[in-house]
Design a protein around this ligand. Structure first.
Ligand SMILES: [Zn+2]
Length: 354
């Protein structure tokens, strides 16, 4: 007997966890999900793309909700098969993110008349290099499958709706000077000393907290690396500090770069941009997203760090993370998920989708 999508999502989570599916080895779990959807959720059009399974309804509803989850895990750490202990399900993938997958699959198979059209995307290779990411492949090969009014990624978020994400840039701030013997230091010009003014500005910097659609984004401007020095008796002629700016998504990358230049304005340094990734606005004011926030009782918070939510934001689709499990337990040997959270997320999404 294959997967029973109509079983309690806790049992379904355990069944999914017990199919090992380290990245690039998702064929069996994809086969089982595909077979189960075809047999148990006949109101869905189901297709296969590599080891991703896609399914969608065609009910003519006014809005479309995408439920997306990766079906791969990091390599197991001697923590399979799953077991239940103290009200939690333990094992590789329990929180990241087979409990989220189980909730989505269960709802797909038990809501024949949803209030929104539903697109289900169960994809492969999220836990490895982004060039292998199944969602990226679907975006290239099947772009019409990724159209929706709101996308919900079932990544562990502790039952909060996590929206948007911060942007990030990295700059190398370099100072130059003149080498000399340190015994005759007045003949040189010390590049390391010039970085003192850079560090003073960083220490004095007051980062913003920005509220967008009820999500508060805390910015940060931080030195993350410092380089300099030639020998114990040489005045150095070059030194550099690498600075990382994590910025709220109301700034573009260009605006963030301009801001960093303003912070260090007037100093005798060069600023070189080495790395940049745009943030993503939460987009929660849009109707399909606002209804989701309302169904969750307004439990929203900003997402820190980069996730596949950003891929949807780049497509112009408001996207959130919402799933059972503590994100801090993902990828750990003692990965686990509270059974009560699986039930709570299922109940909330059922309210939203019916
Ligand atoms: Zn994940």
């Amino acid at each position: 007997m294959g997967l029973d999508l109509r079983a309690d999502p806790i049992a379904l989570t355990a069944a999914l966890v017990d199919i090992p599916s380290e990245s690039r080895h998702e064929q069996r779990i994809a086969d089982e999900i595909e077979d189960a959807l075809r047999a148990q959720a006949p109101w869905f059009e189901v297709i296969r793309n590599g080891d991703a399974v896609l399914a969608r309804t065609h009910l003519g509803r006014a809005s479309r909700v995408m439920l997306a989850g990766h079906i791969d895990t990091v390599p197991a750490a001697d923590n399979l098969p799953s077991h239940i202990e103290n009200g939690e399900l333990w094992g590789c993938g329990t929180s990241d993110m087979k409990s989220g997958d189980a909730v989505f699959l269960h709802l797909a198979a038990t809501i024949a008349e949803p209030s929104h059209d539903i697109t289900l995307v169960m994809y492969d290779c999220e836990e490895i290099e982004s060039s292998a990411n199944g969602l990226g492949r679907i975006e290239r090969e099947l772009p019409d499958w990724l159209q929706a009014d709101v996308a919900i990624l079932g990544e562990p978020s502790g039952g909060f709706i996590e929206a948007g994400c911060q942007g990030t840039i990295r700059v190398v701030i370099g100072a130059t000077g003149t080498r000399a013997h340190s015994a005759r230091s007045w003949l040189g010009d010390n590049a390391i000393h010039k970085l003192g003014a850079v560090l003073d500005r960083l220490t004095a910097y007051q980062p913003r907290s920005v509220d967008i659609d009820g999500c508060v984004y805390r910015e940060g401007l931080s030195a993350v690396r410092i380089d300099g020095g030639i020998a114990g008796n040489v005045i150095p002629d070059a030194a550099a500090v690498t600075v990382n700016f994590r910025f709220a998504p109301d700034r573009s990358v260009e605006q963030a770069v301009t801001h960093v230049h303003e912070v260090f304005d007037g100093l005798d340094v060069d600023i070189e941009l080495t790395d940049a990734a745009a943030g993503a606005l939460p987009g929660l004011a849009r109707p399909a997203a606002a209804a989701l926030v309302a169904a969750a009782g307004g439990q929203v918070r900003a997402k820190y760090g980069w996730t596949d939510v950003s891929r949807f934001a780049a497509l112009g689709i408001p996207a959130v993370n919402y799933g059972p499990g503590d994100p801090n337990l993902a990828h750990k040997v003692d990965e686990r998920v509270e059974l009560a959270q699986i039930s709570a997320v299922t109940d909330m999404l059922r309210r939203y989708l019916t």
